[in-house]
Design a protein around this ligand. Structure first.
Ligand code: SF4
Length: 375
């Protein structure tokens, strides 16, 4: 049966690294790469997409919700929908932008084709990626210890399937793992032994064996992976964390998205001039409301023309942040206060953890926000 393999390039480091990793490690997978361009990304994001195009040797398909026409008064797809929403700016509680500019175009693009969607959530992250509600789409997370989505795990390890799963373990496991794995596979999920515990124990015993068992089970379902004759990811137990992502990007020559590079800023604290470092923590629209205050300051000082454009969107009481306009945030005293707060916080964290906090800072910032835009 024909199953499509797709990978969304968000412009962030993790999806870029996943594309590189799968091309190098699993060239047998015929993957289509796509990008849902909002028309409001940073130039650094477009530069990364260009470099990836050359590395992958394939054009990354541009998936857009509405094609700008000559006669349309709207500059981009974002502006088109903003007008439809009457100027109501998106926010974390009214995130119409992700729905209209990312999720709906993706679902239109894949249509009714059976599709496996590869998602770059790393092995050191807790969050679950976007799971399409469409029955014909299955998400796979190659960087994680558990490559399967929550719904697949819940279904496979459901108590009603115990005898079926045990039979696959008997068929697929060696003498060594047999006893231990069978005991766990046979143990029902309960308040004392949760789904998460069962999953983690089975993965700890043998990741590849668990994946092969799930694959056998999926063959009895309508999940797209179950329609494949072979699926190489089930015999891959790599787990990739932040350092691996950077290494993959650097080794490939594609490099890290430019906006992650830390830049120095200076701020006076207690009569002394201190040097702090700031950068953008993720991809996405230049005006994204998930930005931290220090990232707005970074935008103001490093891309003043984009800051100005973001400011022009704030009208009739609509603002990107609660309780503060971009006009207010760009006042010299306010910028100084934000830098002071950022410098003091990073110093405190650095002392507490007795090591550099670059990794913690990134992971903390990634915790918020939208998997479709920032992976
Ligand atoms: S990057 Fe931010 S503003 Fe842009 S579509 Fe995603 S959530 Fe919305």
């Amino acid at each position: 049966m024909n199953v499509k393999h797709v990978l969304g390039i968000s412009g962030g480091k993790d999806s870029a690294a996943l594309a590189i990793y799968l091309k190098d490690r699993h060239p047998e997978l015929d993957i289509e790469y796509y990008s849902c361009d909002t028309g409001k990304e940073l130039d650094e994001t477009y530069a990364l997409v260009e470099k990836l195009n050359s590395y992958l040797g394939k054009k990354i398909k541009e998936v857009v919700a509405v094609k700008p026409k000559e006669e349309t008064p709207y500059e981009t797809t974002f502006d088109h929908f903003l007008a439809e929403y009457g100027g109501y700016l998106p926010s974390s509680t009214a995130r119409w932008c992700t729905k209209k500019l990312k999720l709906e175009p993706f679902e239109t693009y894949i249509g009714d084709d059976l599709t496996i969607s590869y998602v770059g959530i790393r092995g050191d992250e807790e969050r679950e990626g976007y799971i399409s509600k469409k029955q014909n789409v299955q998400s796979i997370f190659p960087f994680r210890k558990n490559i399967w989505s929550e719904d697949v795990v819940r279904d496979t390890l459901n108590n009603r399937n115990i005898s079926q799963i045990v039979s696959y373990y008997k068929k697929l496991s060696s003498e060594n793992t047999n006893t231990e794995a069978l005991k766990i596979a046979n143990t029902p999920i309960s308040l004392e032994f949760t789904l998460k515990q069962k999953l983690n124990t089975l993965l700890d015993i043998n990741i590849k064996l668990f994946n092969n068992v799930v694959f056998e089970y999926l063959k009895t379902t309508d999940y797209p992976v179950g329609k494949l004759d072979e699926f190489p990811l089930i015999d891959n137990d790599d787990i990739l964390v932040l350092e691996d992502i950077y290494r993959t990007l650097d080794d490939s020559g594609v490099g890290r998205p430019e906006y992650y590079n830390k830049k120095a800023y200076q701020v006076e604290i207690g009569g002394e001039l201190k040097t702090g470092y700031y950068s953008r923590s993720r991809s996405g629209c230049f005006f994204c409301f998930y930005q931290q205050k220090i990232e707005w300051v970074w935008l103001y000082e490093n891309h003043p023309e984009l800051y100005l454009k973001a400011k022009e969107y704030e009208k009739e009481g609509y603002t990107w942040m609660e309780q503060e306009t971009l006009e207010e945030l760009s006042q010299p005293d306010r910028i100084k206060a934000i830098k002071k707060e950022h410098y003091t916080r990073t110093q405190r964290l650095s002392k507490k953890r007795k090591k550099t906090t670059w990794k913690d800072e990134i992971i903390e910032a990634e915790g918020m926000g939208c998997a479709s835009c920032f992976i």
